[in-house]
Design a protein around this ligand. Sequence first.
Ligand code: HEC
Length: 177
Amino acid sequence: MHFSLWEKLGFALLTATWVAFGANYVGNTIIHTEPLAESAYKIELEAAEQAPAAEVASAEESALTLLASADLGKGAKTFKKCASCHSNTDGAKHKVGPNLWDVVGRAKASAAGYKFSGALKDKGGDWSFADLDQFLASPKGFAKGTKMSFAGLKKASDRAAVLVYLQSLSKTPKPLP
Ligand code: HEC
């Protein structure tokens, strides 16, 4: 059998197309689509978290019920967000914000040698887990006019972790509520 040059070229093209399609098909089958599905889902979740309505809802969600299962290690990591403004050891100097050693159960705005805003002084009472939860969810929402310029920890699980971390900053840690 004799093929013309054009026929040969045609076969070559066809074969190349099939190989390309085949490889694509096999590739898609081997690298199955689960990782993609997973990240698409995560993006959806993140988008939901960024939605103002969802933010308000999760900020209103209490971290208190999560305290018993909260992870101290995660709290220590999350505290890095606070550490630029807060020291965390006994007798350490205040930074932009007051030293947080033994803050759980302490009277609000009472750390010696730190100049608190009137907003926080006016709140009164001790730092209970419940008050800390609300303050950390939205500092300005809890104490309008506070000079803590921090947006807040929107996720209840993050706040629960930080709360057990704050609890650990004491020689005599206060019991969980
Ligand atoms: C940008 C700096 C900044 C960051 C970040 C920050 N804080 Fe503060 N924080 C402050 C300032 C300033 C005050 C004093 C507020 C006032 O007087 O109104 C404060 C006050 C507080 C108080 C009250 C202490 C007391 O003795 O009454 C607590 C508790 C606290 N912060 C916890 C945290 C935690 C936990 C984080 C991290 C999740 C954090 N802060 C992040 C600046 C910061």
